[in-house]
Design a protein around this ligand. Structure first.
Ligand code: PLP
Length: 345
């Protein structure tokens, strides 16, 4: 565990690396989204914009999707808002973030004035979680599953080992719907102190709409809601939450997750045929993390040739020789791999 100053740019995200006509392998939003039927559902809600948003139907839909009660759901403006609410609502003495992971939870905790500790998982163990590495007195723990950027999926049993009666355990499941069958999800678990964060922006291509939710015990939901603004989720975002929660949508997400597994295997096979490139752990998310000496120069070469991949050096626990690459349909991956292999020489 290390108590570190801000030597990593926690505010850097993949969206800063795209644009300029580049093919985007830096942002982990699923390609070809949002689907037409979803755009229609969102569009149909625009006639109601004069009214303040009402959440009842969306809460019921999300609760039904996860077999929970609506009192166990908090709708948010993306998973990102959930981290701000967590940082505002709770007063931990010893918050711990398990890295490498998405940096917003730590950024939100810090900006709310918390002194944050880090547990760093290493490549030598495949970024596997060792629950014993988390200090016993940590009263708020944040971990991603599957984790961005390592793509590693921790087992639900290991995560359960992190739970304590006097601890808030935040599991960021923003990418869980990209894992076929969601086998390690804790969204249906009843564990004291558990706060599960979910996003609808990745699988459904709604990053610009901002929609996600928290699943937790009613008492925790009340604490989070108490620090949220009035009408935090817009009417179109509520329409999206309803539309993405029905059986047809869940089945479509599951099919996309299975397809993603195939696309990721194709990407990994092409990336790692070069000796210089290594991967650690088993990738289960819609992106892969690779180690390659000289990654900073390679990233620039890829940009010059039309492809944006995400730098790894802004993630605590990683450094300049890491890159995160989004899984894309095979034709995009093939075009990318050609440039990748050329650049590696
Ligand atoms: C692991 C993880 N959690 C949460 C988020 C934020 O998601 P949202 O768009 O729902 O705020 C991201 C975005 O990149 C992420 O990578």
């Amino acid at each position: 565990v290390t108590q570190r100053p801000d030597d990593f740019d926690l505010n850097h995200h993949g969206d800063l690396e795209v644009g300029h006509g580049l093919v985007d392998l830096a942002v982990n939003v699923r390609a070809g989204t949002p689907p037409g039927w979803l755009v229609e559902e969102i569009g149909a809600s625009l006639g109601d914009l004069a009214a303040y948003p009402r959440q009842d139907a969306a809460l019921a839909a999300v609760a039904a999707r996860h077999h929970r009660d609506p009192s166990q759901i908090l709708l948010t403006a993306g998973a990102a808002e959930a981290f701000v609410l967590i940082a505002r609502a709770f007063r931990p003495r010893h918050p711990v973030v398990v890295h490498p992971q998405f940096t917003e939870p730590e950024a939100a905790l810090r900006s709310a004035g918390h002194l944050v500790d880090r547990v760093i998982l290493g490549p030598e163990t495949g970024f596997a979680l060792d629950p014993r590495a988390v200090p016993a007195d940590a009263d708020l723990v944040v971990i991603g599953n599957p984790t961005n950027p390592t793509s590693v999926l921790h087992s639900a049993d290991e995560l359960r080992e992190l739970a304590r009666p006097d601890r808030i355990l935040v599991v960021d499941e923003a990418f869980m719907d990209a894992v076929p069958g969601e086998p390690e999800s804790l969204v249906g678990a009843s564990i004291p102190g558990l706060v599960v964060v979910r996003s609808l922006t990745k699988t459904w291509g709604l990053a610009g709409l901002r929609v996600g939710y928290v699943v937790a015990a009613p008492g925790l939901i009340e604490q989070l809601a108490a620090v949220q603004s009035q009408w935090p989720v817009s009417t179109p975002a509520l329409a999206a939450a309803i539309a993405c929660s029905n059986e047809r949508a869940v089945a479509e997400a599951a099919a996309a997750a299975a397809e993603l597994d195939r696309q990721r295997a194709h990407l990994l096979a092409g990336l790692t045929c070069a000796d210089a490139v290594s991967t650690y752990g088993v990738a289960r998310g819609p992106f892969v993390l690779v180690h390659v000496a000289g990654a900073a120069v390679l990233r620039e070469q890829l940009r010059e040739r039309g492809f944006a991949v995400r730098r790894g050096d802004t993630f605590p626990g990683l450094g300049p020789d890491w890159l995160r690459i989004a899984v894309r349909p095979e034709p995009v991956t093939d075009a990318f791999l050609k440039v990748w292999q050329d650049a590696l020489g």
